[in-house]
Design a protein around this ligand. Structure first.
Ligand code: PRP
Ligand code: MG
Length: 204
């Protein structure tokens, strides 16, 4: 028998949704407390819980052949993965946000934003001919306009609760961000048949 398929899952809010979906289609996976590696009950799939932003690194290096990842993170890395499936859960919106009531204006035609998503932010505004200064932050980006680091942020908005709690609001929705099942291209060729069966199972 072949070694189990390897699958990287993002640690965080998507984890439970993915594990629930897998359980629904008969692939039950349980992680022991604090443990980052687990197998499904049949031992056919080996699963790693990795930091969201690192997931493409594991898949690109073939450590995990497969991964579940949002378009936000995929865009920042830009690796040529095979997209096997788009999930019907986990979608969010990449938004430009700022202080509530503050007018969105392009001072001197230049916009200054803080974001975890620097590549997306640069490309988005540059493609529209708008010069942009992007300050890279690693999280809690909402603090930037509150503390005056930048007037605007580019960040994911799901429920809108974080913006609301910090007196911020969406100024413009920039992109819809969906969650995909991806594969390392070489791994996809090598384990094609098993991967196809796995994708069919996941689709339900
Ligand atoms: C994400 C995102 C927003 C928030 C959006 O942050 O960066 O801050 O969730 O969700 P909401 O609209 O439902 O409030 P996360 O909690 O992942 O933390 P981080 O930005 O500090 O990494
Ligand atoms: Mg956040």
């Amino acid at each position: 028998m072949n070694s189990p398929l390897t699958l990287a899952l993002p640690k965080g809010r998507l984890t439970d949704q993915v594990l629930e979906r897998m359980e629904t289609v008969g692939l039950k996976v349980e992680f022991e407390k604090r443990k980052l590696v687990a197998y499904d009950a049949d031992g056919r799939i080996k699963i790693f819980l990795v930091k969201n932003a690192d997931l493409p690194v594991y898949v690109n290096n073939g450590i995990a052949g497969l991964g579940v990842c949002g378009e936000d993170v995929l865009y920042e890395h830009g690796y040529p993965f095979v997209k096997l499936h788009t999930f019907d859960f986990g979608s969010t919106a990449m938004c430009l946000a700022g202080k509530k009531g503050a007018r969105f204006s392009l001072n001197n035609g230049m916009i200054k934003v803080a974001s975890k998503f620097t590549r997306f932010s640069r490309d988005y505004f540059h493609e529209r001919g708008i010069p942009v200064e992007v300050i890279k932050l690693n999280g809690s980006v909402e603090l930037a306009p509150v503390l005056g680091l930048t007037p605007y942020i580019v960040d994911l908005v799901e429920t809108g609760n974080t913006l609301k709690a910090n007196n911020l609001e969406v100024l413009e929705k920039l992109a819809e961000i969906r969650v995909h099942l991806i594969a390392n291209p070489a791994y996809f060729k090598l384990r094609f048949q098993e991967i196809r069966e796995f994708v069919d199972t996941v689709k339900g």
